[in-house]
Design a protein around this ligand. Structure first.
Ligand code: URA
Ligand code: CA
Length: 432
């Protein structure tokens, strides 16, 4: 088999066989196929797409290119959730204890990453004492006992994807639906998921800016999952404006606590219940989405969701008293308000720009080695559709520096107030 024949075939729009995809992934992972041939093939895929069969094969071959996590000692169907990434997306912090409280085992491997805020692990580390450096046996034991544990990323998972994603990033071939879908699904499957729930974001703060593309990506991932024996469901949700009100690490922990108590922002609550219902169904703890939702609402109501969160925090060294008294979380030195310059309806809050403002305060990493300030961030006092009086606060800026003039400038620039009444945008666009 020769790589140039494979490239030629894909260039001419002919589907590749399983053997050809295997040959490419094996050769690219071990270095016998060079970057220039892999980039030519990626570009041919970008233009000509891939069949369902090709996508499934590519996904599983990338899974097999490295280590896989064996979660079989954990009882039950292990469900993982993946979000394509957004601003102030606090859902994992809410969902993990929420679905664990109804019996879905949450064995989560999570990352830190470069984002507007830290990743799930950074956020959890805002709880004093909490750590993710636990042995595998302990991780398994905790999930069997409490239905929930979060561990840091370890092992050499999907090296083929790592290498190919890096190459795509510099060859204008990231934005290909079959390549994105197989990249994301391979990572979830290698991490041991039996079933997967996807939150595909759409809008300014998302990877996919249009709803059509987001739906196409969701469908592609759902069909890969179902073709390789992992029940998969997806939600398309709005990321035009940030999710919830808090954007920052400790601030989002506080927001998650409120939501688990039933006092969270409406959009974050709704998204958590929607995604959570899918997790409960694919996790085999309910027959229908409606039944699943009732169960989730019940554990919020009766306090079990919050109790599960406390158990989870203390089982990994965290000070669970922060759940009842958030004074124990890191707090920024200054709380500075951003007064509205005019009265009217908030019509736009551009998610990615607002996220960057939080990052500039120190909530996110600018480089891999940056140190995050867990205390800082933003709290949106108004969201799209809300009425604001001149002088009323739009945003509370939580900062450890006194001068936030440039942050204020950026926030004003990316929040619009109009005189006409505005409808709040629909949060859940579609369910796939
Ligand atoms: N995220 C991924 O993990 N892979 C892609 O290809 C794109 C986004
Ligand atoms: Ca939030």
């Amino acid at each position: 088999m020769r790589m140039n024949d494979i490239i030629e075939k894909k260039r001419d729009g002919i589907a590749l066989t399983d053997e050809e995809i295997n040959f490419f992934i094996d050769g690219y992972t071990d270095g016998t196929i060079p970057d220039y041939q892999a980039s030519a093939l990626s570009m041919a895929i970008y233009f000509n797409g891939m069949t369902e069969q090709e996508r499934a094969t590519l996904t599983m071959r990338m899974v097999e290119s490295g280590d896989t996590i064996d979660l079989s000692p954990i009882e039950g169907i292990k469900v993982d959730k993946h979000s394509t990434g957004g601003v102030g997306d606090t859902t994992t912090l809410v969902l993990a204890p929420l679905v664990a409280a109804v019996g879905v085992p949450v064995a989560k491997m999570s990352g830190r990453g470069l984002g507007h805020t830290g990743g799930t692990i950074d956020k959890l580390e805002a709880v004093p004492g909490f750590h993710v450096e636990i042995e595998n046996d302990e991780f398994i034991r905790l999930v069997n006992e409490n239905k929930i544990s979060v561990i840091g990323q370890s092992g050499n998972l999907t090296p083929a994807d790592k290498k190919l994603y890096g190459l795509r990033d510099v060859t204008a071939t990231v934005n290909s639906i079959p390549l994105i879908a197989s990249s994301i699904m391979s990572k979830k499957i290698a991490a041991g998921a039996d079933a997967i729930v996807l939150d595909v974001k759409t809008g300014a703060g998302a990877f996919m800016k249009s709803e059509e593309e987001s739906i196409e990506l969701a469908k592609a991932m759902v069909s890969i999952g179902n073709n390789v024996g992992r029940q998969t469901m997806a939600v398309i949700s709005d990321m035009g404006q940030p999710l919830g009100r808090a954007i920052g690490n400790a601030l989002e922990v506080e927001e998650a606590i409120k939501t688990l108590r039933g006092e969270g922002p409406e959009d974050l609550t709704e998204l958590s219940l929607t995604l959570g219902s899918q997790m409960v169904v694919v996790g085999g703890q309910a027959e229908t989405l409606a039944e699943a939702r009732e169960k989730l609402e019940a554990v919020i109501e009766n306090g079990q969701a919050l109790e599960t969160f406390k158990t989870f925090l203390s089982s990994q060294g965290g000070d669970a008293s922060v759940v009842d008294n958030v004074d124990g979380l890191p707090h920024a030195k200054y709380q500075i308000e951003l007064p509205a310059k005019t009265s009217g309806y908030v019509s736009e809050i551009i998610a990615d720009e607002i996220g960057q403002a939080a990052s500039l305060l120190g909530a996110g990493r600018q480089t891999k080695d940056s140190v995050i300030d867990l205390a800082v961030g933003l709290v949106l006092n108004k969201k799209v559709g809300d009425y604001v009086e001149e002088g009323e606060s739009l945003v509370t800026i939580h900062s450890n520096q006194e001068n936030v003039d440039s942050i204020k400038e950026k926030l004003y620039h990316n929040m619009t107030i109009t005189s006409e009444q505005i409808e709040a945008p629909a949060l859940i666009k579609t369910i796939v």
